[in-house]
Write a protein that binds this ligand. Sequence first.
Ligand SMILES: NC(=O)c1ccc[n+]([C@@H]2O[C@H](COP(=O)([O-])OP(=O)(O)OC[C@H]3O[C@@H](n4cnc5c(N)ncnc54)[C@H](O)[C@@H]3O)[C@@H](O)[C@H]2O)c1
Length: 342
Amino acid sequence: MSKKVRWAIVGCGVISSTHGKAITAAPDAELIATCDIIPERAEKCAETYGAAAWYTDYNEMMKRDDIDVVSICTPSGLHLEVAEAAAKAGKHVFSEKPIEITKERIDRMIQVCKDSGVKLGCVFQMRTFANNKLARQIIGEGKLGKMVLCDAYMKYYRSPEYYKSADWRGTWELDGGGALMNQGVHGIDLLLFMANSDVESVVAQADHLVRDIVVEDTAVAILQFKNGAFGVIEGTTSVNPARKARFELHGNDGSIVLEEGKIITWKVPDVEQPEAPGETSGSGHDDPKAITATGHVFLVQDMCEAILNDRDPYITGESARKAVDLILAIYESAKTGKRVYL
Ligand SMILES: NC(=O)c1ccc[n+]([C@@H]2O[C@H](COP(=O)([O-])OP(=O)(O)OC[C@H]3O[C@@H](n4cnc5c(N)ncnc54)[C@H](O)[C@@H]3O)[C@@H](O)[C@H]2O)c1
């Protein structure tokens, strides 16, 4: 392998430009090729971010021996097929969120990467923000005392036009769900990451209250965490104006409240509030195109270092699947009206 880790992007829609920017910015990465079934998109992405080649068939692209890792930016329910093709061609896999949309497809994605001896890294950019990492550490060290409530509120806005902007959006088959599986998955992943605990059981309601889609545009869930805390998740794409995702983490000795990575409340015994206010993802809560690239740059560079130093990426497939497993349990509870154990 050359010193730089050589990347390709499959799927040149909305999020591909963030990958293009991140690969360009990460010191150990270079972009070799792009691929989209729509030729103009593959060509434009290649031109914009300096890739030498572009393709409309990822199987053709995987034949190149100068690609080390493939960014998967296709619709969520099409991540597996690209991952399989990449892994079987000996290329590492870097997948957008959600890793995939069913348990079976995630199992296969993780297994094929293992069997092929390639790494599987995943994107959840809010996990890279400094204050979120600190909150996880503080809770892990027990500094908030016994955890009482761990809540995530994701009140987003997506217009009717957004759902019409690509035919996979808002479908069970390819989006895997709505407000939770597409947008809320970020905050659900972050809640699990910061609470430093898995969820044991969930009771939920979900429906499409206003948008003309078959999946949910709004969901609420009551959580029982394994660490004993209770929690709630509220997720929607149908409130106006939208708000940045808010996380409230309370123990009997202290509390941390964050909006994305920005501190709103800080009461941690013996730990001063960090001076830096903290990062956010831009305006992704009301505009899916307004996402900052900082988190992606971190994750792309981390993936390069994981490959160069033969270690696990920052976000593995096993940890990325936890948010999807929880969302699937929320959907099951909403459908059956029963408590679901994970
Ligand atoms: N991390 C984030 O903040 C973030 C933000 C937006 C989207 N995403 C994720 O990125 C993925 C893509 O979302 P998007 O909004 O960019 O979607 P999009 O519809 O804008 O782009 C998807 C692209 O994949 C292409 N495609 C479909 N099938 C293909 C195939 N077989 N081979 C090659 N290309 C193919 C489509 O033509 C399209 O250009 C989703 O999984 C989504 O959840 C993540």
